[in-house]
Ligand binder design. Structure first.
Ligand code: PMP
Length: 386
């Protein structure tokens, strides 16, 4: 019997080539073959983020939260001011991390489903000076996409460093790190990067590295301190052995395969495929008469879709959807948790995956007692998918 497709906003379905790396005998972390794989992965990560050759990649054993911790721990000093662009659950987490390292947080909050415009950020930045601005590219709790290019331009103009949480966006939503001036772009392995959970990844601009070098206080985290990790990353890229803490060897091998697959497709093609798949899902959802959490499709993510339950339906219907072939996620944002569900469609997701998800939602709704005409949603999705 075929298993249901995992279509939550991470972890996702991984390719067979990536999974094969997880089953290989684990080499030494200083094996010359592994050193070459790690070095190549660092170079490829820079290219996936469209960062410059002088940008510094870090690949760490840990999850996306560790990548957030690493960025903030190294760039915030006690008493620094940070403006957190708050579009949901994960922006709040960033605010908590900034506070943990002694930063003073000002939240610029959007109601659930709304975004923050560059103009709103510009106005907020005239009130005070900030050392740091943080932005969530796609907030996984609302499906809201932020305008990273526009927001970063405002923040840089005001003299702040910019950290972007790209956990639910990297390698799927358009992001040109060097051209747009993003100082730290960070993510986790289990989403569009297409590798099982367990790696936190970030790429830092030369300006971010300078800020870290010029710190006057020690980094408040031992494991996250770039003072330990920078020589390791530089050594692997120079194809030399080194050790600080054991890397997640098989995950790095799997990541290297996934990064190659992404770069072989080409970043512009990857961005365009995510837009196409997203349009297909969103058209199918609309055809069933369901609203979505983002208040305007212009700021809706292309990595996930957040449909609102129709009248009389709740999270109980997700078990029918699973039986019909797709594992989806419930709500996450505390203020609206019970009102919506989430469909992930990122990474190696294909046309047939999203059609499976739309068909499973349609059948699941019918089984839960919501009248929806068979085939209507699929036709709408197919019209978008071409
Ligand atoms: N930021 C965003 C936008 C996320 O979606 C997530 C995970 N869902 C995280 C941060 C945290 O990542 P992790 O669960 O891998 O620690």
């Amino acid at each position: 019997m075929s298993r249901p497709r995992l279509m939550i906003p991470g972890p996702i379905e991984f390719t067979d080539e990536v999974m094969a790396e997880m089953a290989r005998p684990t080499p030494s972390h200083v094996d010359p073959g592994f050193i070459d794989i790690f070095g190549q992965a660092l170079e490829d990560l820079r290219n996936v983020f469209l960062a410059g050759p002088d940008y510094q990649p870090f690949i760490l054993a840990g999850s996306g939260t560790l990548a957030m911790d690493s960025a903030v721990a190294n760039l915030i000093e006690p008493g620094h001011r940070a403006l957190v662009v708050d579009t949901g659950y994960f922006s709040q987490r960033m605010a908590d991390i900034v506070q943990r390292y002694g930063g003073e947080v000002t939240l610029l909050s959007a109601p659930p489903g709304e975004t923050i415009t560059p103009e709103q950020l510009r106005a907020a930045l005239t009130q005070k000076t900030y050392e740091l601005v943080t932005i969530t590219h796609v907030d996984t709790s609302t499906g809201v996409l932020t305008d990273i290019q526009g927001l970063t331009a405002m923040a840089k103009h005001a003299g702040a460093l910019v950290i972007v949480d790209g956990v639910c966006a990297a390698a799927a939503e358009e992001l040109r790190q060097a051209a747009w001036g993003v100082d730290v772009y960070l993510t986790a392995s289990q989403k569009a990067l297409g590798t099982p959970p367990g790696l936190g990844l970030l790429v830092a601009s030369p300006q971010a590295m300078d800020r870290w070098r010029n710190r006057t206080t020690p980094v408040g985290s031992y494991y996250s301190d770039w003072g330990y990790w920078l020589p390791i990353m530089k050594a692997y890229e120079a194809r030399q052995a080194s050790y600080f803490a054991t890397p997640a060897v098989n995950l790095v091998m799997a990541l290297a395969v996934s990064l190659r697959q992404i770069l072989d497709e080409g970043m512009d093609n990857v961005f365009a495929r995510h837009v196409r798949l997203s349009n297909g899902v969103k058209a199918g959802i609309a055809a069933m008469g369901l609203d979505q959490v983002p208040t305007d499709l212009a700021h809706a993510a292309h990595t996930l879709t957040c449909p609102r339950y129709p009248e009389g339906i709740d999270a109980g219907f997700l078990k029918y959807v699973r039986e019909e072939g797709a594992i989806l996620a419930g709500g996450l944002h505390p203020a609206i948790k019970a009102e919506y569900f989430r469909i992930g469609h990122m990474g190696a997701a294909s046309r047939s995956d999203v059609l499976t998800a739309v068909a499973a939602v349609e059948a699941g709704l019918r089984r839960a007692g919501y009248a929806v005409e068979p085939g209507l949603a699929l036709a709408a999705a197919q019209a978008e998918l071409g």
